[in-house]
Design a protein around this ligand. Structure first.
Ligand SMILES: NC(=O)c1ccc[n+]([C@@H]2O[C@H](COP(=O)([O-])OP(=O)(O)OC[C@H]3O[C@@H](n4cnc5c(N)ncnc54)[C@H](OP(=O)(O)O)[C@@H]3O)[C@@H](O)[C@H]2O)c1
Length: 300
């Protein structure tokens, strides 16, 4: 397949590029820094710096749309919210417009979203039928999904992504050092759900959605056993072999991070009901196995 990817230089994109190249596909990555694409994604990967460079003679069979400014990295002031929305919703709208003009339309669009779609739902288990939340992150996801759904005549899968566990970075990458220094802490009351997924399972799910023409619509891209933040903290500390005795008070995080603190203090328990109904088998269904695999990989 000839595949166009946005966000191909990111944590998930890099792992996906590797898997797609191994399957023998031709990849083109849209990036703000096109010179970095062959270095990060592989020598064989082409780069586009703008959708305007998508030539009329260039045919893509599939589009994977993962680009988005990091949601946790800066305070959610109005200008930052515009960047978060523009880099997801704005870019997806442009992608959909460009696909509409393509002489040879891709057969499938796999487009990003996140479990934040469901808002703060600590005590219930959620599937793909569950309603969207109403906070900023939930509206960001819902509008991102709606932008992708505007494409016509193309199979669309919406990737409601959970916390991706990888040795290469992401939230877990940032948590490792404090936990190794025995500074790991439960966040707030620790009841908030954490819907995690091992990067290898995530990539395998994306490949399944790419190839299986029967599958479309929203998919919870999470492992089948979400945990509370207290349980995640306990298991990570145990996997590292260091204590995590501290509690980071919610009021302190809210003071430090403002509205963005919801990313740490709120959560949801999301189940991958549709992937499992499609017969997908997880290599890492339980957090214990996923964490030990990631920690072993981080030592290599
Ligand atoms: N990792 C997770 O745990 C997780 C969980 C839920 C949802 N997600 C979502 O899944 C997607 C991929 O996640 P990831 O962890 O791979 O993200 P990442 O490592 O932060 O990479 C995102 C990519 O988006 C592009 N990007 C960043 N800022 C941009 C901007 N202002 N405008 C346009 N493009 C921009 C970058 O590509 P260039 O620099 O090459 O342009 C970057 O490689 C993201 O949209 C993220 O929100 C991730």
């Amino acid at each position: 397949m000839n595949i166009l990817m946005t966000g191909g230089t990111g944590l998930i994109g890099r792992a996906l590029c590797k898997a797609l190249l191994a399957e023998g596909h031709q990849l083109t990555v849209l990036s703000r820094q096109p010179a970095t694409v062959p270095v990060i994604c592989g020598d064989a990967v082409q780069a586009l710096s703008s959708l305007d460079e998508w030539r009329s003679t260039q045919h893509f069979d599939a589009v994977i749309n993962l680009a988005g400014a990091p949601i946790a990295d800066a305070a959610w002031r109005e200008a930052r919210k515009q960047v978060l929305r523009g880099s997801r919703i704005g870019l997806t709208e442009k992608l959909v417009q460009r696909i509409a003009c393509a002489a040879h339309k891709p057969t499938v669009l796999l487009s990003g979203s996140a479990v934040g779609y469901y808002g703060n739902r600590p005590d219930v288990e959620l599937d793909e039928q569950s309603a969207a939340g109403a906070d900023f992150a939930a509206r960001l996801c819902a509008d991102w999904e709606n932008a992708a759904l505007q494409v016509e005549g193309v199979r669309v899968c919406l990737l409601r992504t959970g916390l991706v566990l990888s040795a290469q970075g992401g939230l877990l990458g940032r948590m490792l050092l404090p936990f190794k220094l025995a500074m790991g802490a439960r966040l707030g009351n620790g009841r908030q759900g954490m819907s995690w997924v091992h990067i290898d399972d995530y990539v395998a799910m994306v490949l399944r959605l790419l190839h299986d023409e029967q599958l479309s619509g929203p998919f919870n891209m999470t492992a089948p056993h979400p945990v509370s933040n207290a349980e995640f903290t306990r298991q990570l500390a145990q996997a590292i072999g260091r204590p995590a005795m501290f509690v980071m008070p919610g009021c302190f995080l809210r003071w430090l991070m403002g509205e963005r603190a919801v990313l740490l203090l709120e959560g949801q328990r999301v189940l991958p009901v549709r992937m499992q109904a499609a017969g997908f088998k997880f290599s890492y269904p339980d957090l214990t196995g996923a964490l030990s695999a990631v920690l072993a990989a981080s030592k290599r």
